[in-house]
Design a protein around this ligand. Sequence first.
Ligand code: MN
Length: 288
Amino acid sequence: MNTINQVSLRQSRGIDRLIEGTATSDGAGVKLTRVLTGKLQHRLDPFLLLDAFSSDNPDDYIAGFPDHPHRGFDTVTYMLSGRMRHRDSAGHEGLLESGGVQWMTAGRGVIHSEIPEQEDGLMEGFQLWLNLPSQHKMSEPRYRDFPSGAIPEYLTPQGVTVRVIAGSSNGVAGVVTREITEPLYLDIHVPAGAEFSTALPASYNAFIYVYRGAVTVNNVQVETRRMGILSNTPGTDGVALTATEDARLILVAGKPLNEPIVQYGPFVMNTQQEINQAMNDFRDGHFA
Ligand code: MN
């Protein structure tokens, strides 16, 4: 792994708000924590949803997510631990394993299933929904699978390990680049006492979600299983954080679309009429 010197920031963003997720279930009864949804979609534009799942009880995940549709956005699944089989109506199939990423562009519509291929052990990871700009909402569905080894990683002199899933951090390009929303998606492991920093335009909406340990950002502590929404303070040029104990977190950022968001379950469009069309198209079998 390459050792990279981190950028020196002029001024770091702070924490605007701390969010505790809501325990819920989805699919055929998969237990998860919904961290980002509904009311945060404008604040965190272009991101629509973040689910965190973590359980070593198979009853919490074994039934998975049987066939269901999506239209109008990308789903990004990052598996920290576990095995999940994906199949979709566009003919794509893949096995997502520990450390791997599945990036699916639903575009004009897919029906897919996400079913665990393990009967015991830990299943842990995240699903993030990234909105598509209006002109791409009806694009061809697309699906890409990246095994753990395909994801670029770097190390800092302080011992911070960074996996670059999307975008670019400290000069290291991720496995995915998306135009227009330019998402940044990092998985960061920070030893106790170490500092991590990366550049980020002040106008991009951004959050961290800590899944082990705790970090501070401008002296505000973000504990395990908390999302910290980063401020968009003008004049800032990135984010710096320090681990108060060994910490693992994701950092997600993107350029807002500033377009109307109309959601009905798995369909996210710009107008109610487009949602009605999605429901009609699904009912009439146009997703298959
Ligand atoms: Mn899905």
